[in-house]
Design a protein around this ligand. Structure first.
Ligand SMILES: NC(=O)c1ccc[n+]([C@@H]2O[C@H](COP(=O)([O-])OP(=O)(O)OC[C@H]3O[C@@H](n4cnc5c(N)ncnc54)[C@H](OP(=O)(O)O)[C@@H]3O)[C@@H](O)[C@H]2O)c1
Length: 290
């Protein structure tokens, strides 16, 4: 039998898209950007991806799977590497087992950052942390019918992320201590989701793609930008990674750039920051109006 889902547009029906990790920050942004598709959005309570898919899911007739579920607690993965592996390696293999084209998300943490220059798709990975190792093995578990989207330092209006943490701390304190010796590309989930849509809709070849915001900065510079944009009077004391003393090692220079023709180009991180802050403000205003 021919696969009826190979060309849903010609078949005159909407593309059927499964999103895993739908309650996460990227999962939510993907739901917005793919909202004109026939969406099935599953949070962890609907499908724990470390378990194989149900018969119902296997029969789901999906044209595309956007696999945003993941163990993202980088320090927690050092204490429980098996738990992180079950979600990030087993979970990706389970998403691939649905047999539909897959978008799997990976990370700048597959690199050790010692190159001191931007990392391209052809650079050899060498993860420093348990989390980075699970993401790298997860890439292999995605199989050959997958776009593997490596991205970096995600933030959005929901969930646990650096921007939301700084807004909270900046409102409570006069000073925050922030690491100034790690450099990356802070990427707004709304911009990433649009880049993913471009990759899929343009039917770019499968394989690894680096998709991250233009520009780069340190965490301390990002904190300063957040306070400047919001007019928050809070000093940023610049510290080293060693001073912070987190359990998981992180790459010092984790800038992702693409060398592939047709790679989506995302706006600068500062533009992403402004878009995120605008969304947060309008959410706050609509909550206050209730
Ligand atoms: N965040 C970053 O800075 C960053 C950077 C580079 C790449 N990435 C990658 O980008 C993707 C999206 O990350 P994100 O920032 O959106 O993460 P997130 O906000 O933490 O969302 C991940 C979601 O997956 C869920 N989840 C965890 N384990 C699961 C499981 N076993 N089964 C089903 N759902 C599970 C989480 O649920 P709970 O909340 O209940 O745990 C959460 O809702 C991930 O692949 C991540 O590795 C993230």
């Amino acid at each position: 039998m021919e696969h009826e889902h190979t060309d849903p547009v010609r078949a005159g029906r909407r593309r059927r898209v499964l999103i895993t990790g739908a309650a996460g920050q990227l999962g939510r942004a993907l739901q917005d950007v793919f909202s004109d598709d026939d969406l099935v959005a599953l949070a962890r309570e609907d499908w724990d991806v470390s378990d194989p898919p149900s018969y119902k899911l296997l029969q789901g007739g999906f044209d595309l799977v956007l696999h945003a579920a993941a163990w993202t607690d980088v320090d927690g993965a050092e204490a429980d590497p098996q738990g992180a592996a079950a979600a990030n390696i087993g979970g990706t293999a389970n998403a691939a087992s649905l047999g539909a084209p897959l978008v799997a998300f990976s990370s700048d943490y597959v690199f050790d950052g010692r190159k001191g220059e931007p990392h391209f798709e052809s650079d050899g990975p060498s993860p420093l942390s348990a989390y980075g190792r699970t993401k790298l093995h997860g890439e292999a578990a995605a199989g050959s019918d997958a776009w593997i989207v490596r991205t970096s330092w995600l933030f959005g209006p929901t969930g646990n992320n650096f921007v939301r943490t700084m807004l909270r701390l900046g409102a409570e304190r006069d000073e925050v201590a922030v690491v100034d010796d790690q450099r990356g590309c802070p990427t707004f989930v709304g911009h990433l989701a649009l880049g993913v849509r471009e990759l899929v809709d343009a039917e770019r070849p499968k394989g690894i793609w680096h998709v991250a915001a233009a520009g780069d900065c340190t965490w301390a510079e990002l904190a300063e930008a957040i306070f400047a944009e919001e007019g928050i009077d809070c000093r940023v004391r610049k510290i080293s990674t060693k001073e912070l003393g987190r359990p998981a090692p992180r790459p010092a220079h984790a800038i992702l750039r693409s060398e592939r023709e047709g790679a989506p180009t995302l706006p600068h991180w500062r533009e992403g920051l402004r878009a995120c802050l605008t969304e947060l403000r309008s959410e706050q205003e609509s909550n206050e109006a209730k």
